[in-house]
Design a binder for this molecule. Structure first.
Ligand code: FRU
Length: 453
């Protein structure tokens, strides 16, 4: 089976893509760079691909921005606006001799072409796992760079006034599960809903090392805390899940988003089986952009994510024949209802996705089943269970765009993102409830978004 292209998510026309890099809003457009193989749809020859969008939903792809060279691959990193009219990129030079160090490049044409510094690499610790620099503007002026010592499970911090000279200020970690590397850190200041308060949040991706048995594979986490002396300090040393699905990794936010918003994109995939995802000539897609915030739930600050969605045309009644696999499905049920709700999406052959809401256990379970899911990879099929955090809310927003499924619950506090193998044909949607009241189902076709290409 070959899976269809998404229509309103960022995916390259051809070849391999992984992490979002250098997300920046500049010149009135959203620019996304990304880990890209210009020569094929497997990981390799890592370079920065480039696309831009007026609205985060219609993407136009541009020529490769930073190309690999003999002996040097261009790994993940970030872009900031400045100095002056220039854009400055920081990225990891992954050298063939095994060292990873941070390099810098400048663009004077809004991000289309880049000139690497003659002095590269600009930060070298003689480490083989020092990567993924994310530069953030400090509210009081100046810049902070976060990068990982991936195997040590540490985020290292550097401060600069001019994007030129960097001073190491400290590190955060290790903590949480062992047997993983830390990758792609980000630091965002997020508003707390319904108050004037805000807090610093560290975003972090973790991936199991080698062939260690860990069917969960790649995952993204966050930690709430503060910035003390230009180093992040956790309120509580625990990594909380950003997304309960299997396919949400390496997420970072845009620099300079309008209104200071924190808008995140992540690679909707999992290193466990990314190489086996049956798409061609492209492979890899980004999540929907999500605006981040914090909400106080049961005394703790929790991350909330609100997707940027295409404008929804009129809702269609639940069609018997099935819907195109590019749709918004919104389910509302009576919050007092205690019956189990099952939402089933049936695609090609026996491919199906089941979403089960158990109000008593307060869980939301998403499973992908059928032969296409079984054969993709031994760890692909199966169920993920997310604990629901809020009582008295029973609205589920399900966004399907070809192979990408994102489920938002708890008003954005619980999210599950999955690749699915429903195929390109019609998808039958059925919602059955053991509850007293049938749930209200609203389906909106979302097939508007290709004109921008
Ligand atoms: C995360 C990652 C980064 C690295 C890049 C290489 O998915 O492993 O740590 O910079 O991918 O493509």
């Amino acid at each position: 089976m070959s899976l269809p292209r998404p229509r309103f998510h960022l995916a390259p026309a051809r070849n391999w893509m992984n992490d979002p890099n250098g997300l920046v809003h500049t010149g009135g457009r959203w620019h996304a760079f990304f880990q890209y193989n210009p020569a094929g749809n497997d990981w390799g020859n890592m370079s920065w691909g480039h696309a831009s969008s007026p609205d985060l939903l219609h993407w136009e792809e541009h020529p490769v921005a930073l190309a690999h060279r003999p002996g040097e691959q261009i790994f993940s990193g970030s872009v900031v606006a400045g100095p002056g009219d220039a854009l400055t990129a920081f990225y990891t030079s992954a050298y063939a001799h095994g060292i990873q160090a941070q390099s810098r490049a400048t663009s004077l044409d809004g991000g289309l072409t880049w000139t690497p510094d003659a002095a590269n690499p600009v930060l070298d610790r003689d480490s083989s796992d020092f990567r993924d620099p994310k530069v953030v503007a400090l509210p009081g002026g100046g810049w902070l760079m976060l990068a990982v010592e991936a195997v040590e499970r540490r985020v290292v911090f550097y401060a600069s006034d001019d994007l030129e000279s960097w001073r190491e200020t400290g590190s955060f970690g290790p903590l949480g599960p062992t047997g993983v590397v830390w990758e792609c850190p980000d630091l965002v200041r997020l508003p707390v809903e319904g108050s004037d308060a805000a807090a610093w949040v560290l975003l972090l991706s973790t991936n199991p090392v080698g062939d260690a048995p860990d069917p969960a594979g790649s995952a993204m986490h966050y930690v709430v805390g503060d910035l003390v002396g230009d180093v992040f300090r956790a309120d509580e040393d625990v990594l909380l899940p950003v997304d309960h699905g299997r396919d949400f990794y390496a997420g970072v936010t845009f620099h300079d988003a309008p209104g200071g918003a924190a808008v995140m994109l992540a690679w909707m995939n999992n290193w466990r089986y990314a190489h086996a995802v049956p798409t061609a000539p492209w492979r890899g897609a980004m999540s929907l952009p999500r605006t981040l915030g914090l909400r106080r739930i049961a005394g703790a600050l929790r991350l909330v994510q609100h997707p940027v969605l295409p404008a929804a045309p009129d809702a269609t009644p639940l069609p018997e024949a099935g819907i195109d696999p590019h749709a918004l499905i919104e389910i509302r049920r009576d919050p007092a209802d205690t019956g189990i709700l099952r939402i089933r999406l049936d695609g090609e052959a026996d491919a199906a996705v089941e979403i089960v809401h158990d109000p008593t256990a307060r869980t939301l379970t998403v499973s992908r089943t059928g032969e296409a899911a079984q054969t993709l990879h031994p760890d692909f099929a199966g169920a993920r269970v997310a604990p629901l955090l809020e009582a008295g809310v029973a609205v589920f927003t399900i966004v399907l765009d070809g192979p990408l499924l994102e489920v938002f619950a708890d008003r954005g506090a619980t999210v599950l993102s999955h690749l699915v193998t429903l195929g390109a044909g019609h998808v039958a949607v059925r919602a059955t409830s053991e509850g007293a009241e049938a749930p209200a189902v609203r389906i909106v076709g979302l097939d508007n978004a290709q004109e921008g290409r």
